[in-house]
Structure formats: C-alpha cells, structure tokens
Design a protein around this ligand. Structure first.
Ligand SMILES: Nc1ncnc2c1ncn2[C@@H]1O[C@H](COP(=O)(O)OP(=O)(O)O)[C@@H](O)[C@H]1O
Ligand SMILES: [Mg+2]
Length: 238
C-alpha cells in the first residue's frame, strides 16, 4: 500500500461481535479512526460503549470480526499471532486501570522485567529502569513492593514499566480510574510530558471527560460508534 508515515494506526469499519453467549452481542458497529504519529488521542464515552473492546483491538490483543487495521503500513489481517505478539512486545506499551504489578517484586524489578525478557543485560536494564523511575518522580520508592506503595505511586511504576521498552505507541485503559482527581492530574501531567518529549503516540480510553484536556484529538465512542459530540458534561463525571 501507499506509505503514509504520518499515521501509525488506522482502523476502517471495525466491527466486533462477542459470540461467547447464547445471543451474539455486536459491540463495535463499524469504527473508523486514524492515529497520527506522536499524537495523544482520547477515546471518551460512557461505561459499556465498547472502549475496552476497541482498545484491545487497537493494541492487537484481539482481532475484529470485520474491517481492517493498518499498523505502521502493515495490514494486521495478514500477520500471524506470533508476529502480533512480537509487535506488542517490542513496539507497544500498555497501562490498565489496575496496575498488574507483580507483588513479589520491587518497583525497580517490576520495571526491569520487560527488558530482561527482551534480553537486555541486567546492568543496562537497571540503568534504564532507574532513569524512568526518576522521570516518573518515583525513584525514591525503587526498593518498595507494590503493597507498600500508594495507588498513584503504583500507577507511576506501571507507566515506567510500559515506557521502559521505548514503545512507539502506548495504550491506556482508564489508567487513572482508581485515583482521586489531584493524584490523577499529577500522574497524567508526568506521563504526557514524557510522551510529548519522546514523540510517543498515546491512545487513552476513559469515561472521564477531564482527560480530554491532555489530548490532541478526542474521539467519542457511544454505543459502539464514533460520534463527534457527547452531551454529558464534565460536571457529570462519575
Ligand atoms: N467477553 C465478552 N463477552 C460478551 N460481551 C462482552 C464481553 N466483553 C465485553 N462485553 C460487552 O461489550 C460491551 C462493551 O464492553 P466494554 O468494551 O468493556 O465497554 P467499556 O470499556 O466502554 O465500558 C458491554 O455491553 C459488555 O458487557
Ligand atoms: Mg472499559
């Protein structure tokens, strides 16, 4: 296909049906979207709109029933599952509402793990991980285990772990969903600062309209369809 270096990810008429219950549920009804390199995109919509489903498909964790996904000029349909996991491991970062840190390991060790899996030697894994913990303003907690950290601190560690592999794009699903407003703003400010500085693309899905202010583009997802407006105001944030 013709190369369009400015777009890192394109979705065309993406449909998703869950067939695991007796009645099939169509959750995404033909989503079109373009993500520009280095941009921050917020996908905002109410609970049940299909945001997590869409993020899984964009993050190549799941495949659509219909439609095309083009990542970095590759048609995803033509790539096998091994190739998709290679892309995810090398080029993507993920942050979820719950941090998924390993409880037995320290903050530093949690951040190092993806690098060790990639075969980076221990000395440079420690150095790169400590640099990111410093940038996330959490280096003073490097020896703490997740249970000894606050919610905001855990999310900073989880973000450091997502960024340490130098991803091209980071996907986040309600990453501040468990945090109070002030902590959430602190986490978002540090994260967005790092993403912008390194020109890492970022896709965040959330029901929280306060997140829109960090985004270059906001897309509304209502009932599995992209809409250009969303009538619930910031004051009605849940
Ligand atoms: N594995 C599944 N099987 C069947 N239905 C599902 C499954 N996962 C999600 N759903 C349904 O899909 C809809 C959208 O879910 P989701 O993508 O989690 O929305 P959101 O993240 O916007 O809250 C919901 O109605 C949900 O119940
Ligand atoms: Mg969700």
């Amino acid at each position: 296909m013709q190369s369009d270096t400015n777009k890192i990810l394109t979705l065309k008429n993406v449909k998703k049906v869950y067939n695991d219950s007796e009645v099939p549920v169509e959750v995404l009804h033909g989503v079109d979207m373009e993500i520009e390199n280095g941009s921050i995109t917020a996908i905002v919509g109410p609970s049940g709109a299909g945001k997590s489903t869409l993020l899984h498909i964009m993050g190549l964790l799941d495949r659509p029933n219909e439609g095309e996904i083009i990542y970095n000029n590759h048609f995803v349909r033509g790539l096998d599952d091994d190739k998709l996991s290679e892309i995810r491991n090398r080029e993507f970062g993920f942050v979820f509402q719950f941090h998924h840190l390993l409880p037995e390991f320290t903050a530093l060790e949690n951040v190092m793990i993806p690098l060790l899996i990639q075969g980076v030697n221990k000395k440079s894994a420690i150095e790169r991980s400590r640099n990111l913990l410093r940038e996330m303003d959490i280096l003073s907690r490097e020896k703490h285990k997740p249970a000894q950290l606050s919610g905001g601190e855990r999310q900073r560690v989880a973000i450091a772990r997502a960024l340490v592999v130098k991803p091209k794009i980071v996907f986040a699903d309600e990453p501040t969903g468990n945090l109070d407003r002030k902590t959430s703003e602190n986490v978002m400010n540090v994260l967005v600062g790092i993403l912008k500085e390194r020109r890492i693309s970022f896709v965040i899905v959330t029901h929280n309209r306060l997140i829109e202010k960090y985004a270059d583009n906001t897309v509304y997802l209502i009932d599995g369809k992209v809409e250009n407006h969303y009538d619930i105001g910031i004051d009605n944030e849940t």
